[in-house]
Design a protein around this ligand. Sequence first.
Ligand SMILES: Cc1ncc(COP(=O)(O)O)c(C=O)c1O
Length: 391
Amino acid sequence: MNFKKEINRLNTNSVKWDLMAIEGKPEGTIPMWVADMDFEAPKEVKKALKRIVCKNVYGYSFQPDSYYAAVSNWFKKRYNFEFAKEQIVTTPGVVTAVGAAVRAFTQPGDAVIIQRPVYYPFSMMIEKNGRRVVNNPLMNVEGRYIMDIEDFERKIAENNVKLFILCNPHNPVGRVWTKEELLPIAEICEKYGVTVVSDEIHCDFVLDGKKHLPFACVNENAKNYTVTCTAPSKTFNLAGLQTSNIVILNRDLRKAFADEIERMSVGMLSPMGIVACTAAYEHGEKWLKGLKKTIEGNRDYMKAYIEEHIPELSMCELEGTYLAWVDMSGLAMTNEELKEFMVKKVKIWVDDGDMFGPEGENFARFNLACPQTTVERACKQLEEAVLAKMR
Ligand SMILES: Cc1ncc(COP(=O)(O)O)c(C=O)c1O
């Protein structure tokens, strides 16, 4: 467990690192974009993978009972969310699951509601499947985003919305939704017969002792119309192993979803994913505790640094995820100027805010799942570029 070590990830086919040269990013660029971590996974994951690699045989595999027990024990223990083996549908990713849910629960032309700025594959999965995006924009109240519940209900009623894709906790705005916020949303969805896909991939990154509330547990009925997307991929840095667990308690919804996964024939996991997921959920709790401390430290460092040295910027409250959402509008640049400034002057590869919808213009998303020394360098580069530009 070493969250201080800087790991050289170059020449590992890393999207985050090795695409820098291919995309022509300037020398010295710090990659803080795509959401994977610059940390080693828990050592038990390596041990489990080694057993497979030593045999050097990678045939078709199935999930043993121990796999399902590891997944369900994790969610029961941490979130009091109980489900059985039969209620899990495996997929190679959460985005795959979101796309499958869009097809399973809506018809072409139907409306699907999301809350922008939000993880951009949501819109992509809706539009690429020939459905319509209806946006219920989040409201930024002095750096803390809240839901507009009235607008949510109005848009559902007006557009005959069939599906809601919730991000819980929310990427990129970093909110951990409370029971008080989720309850009215659940009541509206129930009233209008809206199925909810709750993307909870970031649920293990709820910071400062706050609690994650699975949407399916928000009240007695929510489990009947909720599809919960979970995965060990963000939590334990296993994204490349393509293993997700989609929990659906309602039998009809689960059948419709599983049928869609079967039509695509993507339900079978890799032998590596199976053992890594099992080992991580069985043994990774202590490791995760250390990781969360590191993320909190990075967040506090960056927030304090911005407040003290770069007052033109402001970082939103980061309650959950490891992604800092920074308002750059104080630099008084156009959105396009800001993007160029980040690449050419600051030399930090961020996710530009407008990827998450036009509501994200003049924002940037920084990935803080890296050693603090990286965050320190990034803050310094940011400050120097802003100084050179503004003063
Ligand atoms: C909210 C959210 N959902 C899903 C994903 C990706 O999931 P997967 O790689 O399992 O498709 C991410 C990755 O950043 C994410 O932030």
